[in-house]
Design a protein around this ligand. Structure first.
Ligand code: ATP
Ligand code: LTN
Length: 329
C-alpha cells in the first residue's frame, strides 16, 4: 500500500507530533517497505510569518529528527517538498477544482488567521497544496493526527471532483489515526491540542527537550481537583491526556494503567509519565545529535529522497496536464 504524509518544518516538534505522526510514520514504513513517502512540507511553512534562516535550519533539524525516530532511507522515501516542483504545479492545477467556500470553512485557516494583521493568501489555499502532496503519489493511506481530519476530507473531495470532471486520475486516499494519542492535549490547557506554534513553553513537551525539562513539564501539568485516576477525556481531560501519553510510552493499555493507580495520587502519575517519556526519547536524542552534526550527509540523503519522489510523482502530474487539456509538447 502506498503511504504518504507531510510534516511542517516550523517550530520544534512536540510529543503530539511524535505520537500523532512520527511514530505512525515508522510503523507504516515497516508495514509497507519501499512504498512509504514522507515529506518535509517546507512550502507550507511560508504561509504564516516566518524567518528564512529559521526555515533553513529547521528543515535540516527536522530531517535529522525524522531519521532519529526511525525513518530509514533504505526503506522509505524522505524528501523536502520544495525539491520536487510537481507539488507547486499540482497545487495550482487542483485549485481549479477546489471550492472557495470549502476553503473558507477550514478551522485551521480560521484559527491561524484570527487576530492577525496580515493573513496570507497561502494560508487560505494551504489545503490545496496538501491535497496535491497526497494525490500526486496515488496514495492509499495517510497517517496523521486528529487535527488534520478536515484537510484530509478536503483532499478526498478534490480527488473525486477532479476524477468526475476530467476522468479517473487519482486514488481517493484514506486517513489513519493512532488508536491512542490521535490528539495529545496541551499540558497547561488540556482542553486544547498541544501545538508547535500555539502552545506555551510549559504546555508542550518537545521531543528534544532535555530530560529534566521533560520531567518538570509533566510534574507541573494541569489535572483537576479530585484524586481519582480515571480515563474520562470529557470530565478529566488532563488526567486522561497523561494516561494516553503513558500508555504510548510504556505500551500498556489504559485500563491496566488505571487499575495500577488504585490508591495512588496524581503526583505518582505525573512522575511516572515524566520518567517514561524521558526513556522513550533517550535513544532519539542520541541519534539526533549524531545525525544533525553531519549536514552534508543529511543533504545527500534528502537528495536521494527527492530523486525518488520526482520519479514517483511525474506520471500523475503528466496525466493531470493531459486530462485537463494542456498542450505539453
Ligand atoms: P501547529 O500545532 O502549529 O498547527 P502541527 O504540529 O499541527 O502545527 P505539523 O508539524 O505539520 O503541524 O504536524 C505534523 C503532524 O503531527 C500532523 O499529522 C498532525 O496531525 C500531528 N499532530 C500535531 N499536533 C498533534 C497533537 N497534539 N496530537 C496528535 N497529533 C498531532
Ligand atoms: N497540514 C499538515 C501537513 C501536511 C500534510 C500533507 C499531512 C502537508 N501536506 C500531506 C499529510 C499529508 C499539518 O500537519 N499541519
Amino acid at each position: 500500500m502506498r503511504v504518504f504524509s507531510g510534516i511542517q518544518a516550523t517550530g520544534a516538534k512536540t510529543i503530539g507530533n511524535y505520537i500523532g505522526a512520527m511514530r505512525q510514520y515508522v510503523a507504516t514504513q515497516d508495514e509497507n517497505e519501499g512504498d512509504a513517502f514522507f515529506c518535509i512540507v517546507d512550502l507550507h511553512s511560508i504561509t504564516v510569518e516566518y524567518d528564512p534562516q529559521d526555515l533553513h535550519d529547521r528543515t535540516l533539524d527536522l530531517a535529522a529528527l525524522l531519521y532519529a525516530v526511525g525513518l530509514d532511507p533504505d526503506r522509505c522515501t524522505l524528501f523536502c517538498q520544495s525539491h520536487v516542483a510537481a507539488h507547486a504545479e499540482a497545487a495550482w492545477l487542483l485549485s481549479a477544482v477546489t471550492g472557495f467556500g470549502q476553503l473558507g470553512r477550514m478551522t485551521q485557516f480560521k484559527e491561524k488567521g484570527e487576530g492577525r494583521e496580515f493573513v496570507s493568501a497561502g494560508l487560505f489555499t494551504y489545503p490545496v497544496l496538501m491535497a496535491g502532496d497526497i494525490l500526486l503519489y496515488q496514495t492509499d493511506i495517510v497517517p496523521i493526527g486528529d487535527d488534520q481530519r478536515q484537510h484530509l476530507e478536503l483532499s478526498r473531495d478534490v480527488a473525486e471532483r477532479f476524477n468526475s470532471r476530467f476522468g479517473e486520475t487519482f486514488k481517493v486516499p484514506r486517513a489513519v489515526y493512532p488508536t491512542v494519542g490521535a490528539r495529545i492535549m496541551d499540558l497547561q490547557e488540556p482542553t486544547k491540542k498541544m501545538s508547535t506554534t500555539a502552545s506555551s513553553e510549559q504546555g508542550r513537551v518537545l521531543v528534544l527537550d532535555p530530560p529534566d525539562t521533560i520531567r518538570k513539564k509533566f510534574r507541573t501539568a494541569v489535572t483537576d481537583s479530585d484524586r481519582e485516576i480515571r480515563y474520562l477525556p470529557d470530565e478529566k481531560p488532563g488526567v486522561s491526556n497523561l494516561l494516553e501519553i503513558l500508555s504510548v510510552a510504556t505500551g500498556s493499555p489504559i485500563p491496566q494503567l488505571e487499575a495500577g493507580y488504585d490508591g495512588k495520587g496524581y503526583g505518582d502519575l505525573k512522575t511516572d509519565v515524566g520518567e517514561a517519556v524521558v526513556e522513550l526519547f533517550r535513544p532519539v536524542h542520541e541519534r539526533y545529535e549524531e545525525l544533525r552534526a553531519d549536514e552534508p550527509e543529511l543533504r545527500r540523503l534528502l537528495g536521494i529522497g527527492a530523486e525518488k519522489a520526482r520519479e514517483a510523482s511525474a506520471p500523475t502530474l503528466q496525466q493531470m496536464y493531459d486530462r485537463m487539456g494542456f498542450v505539453r509538447r
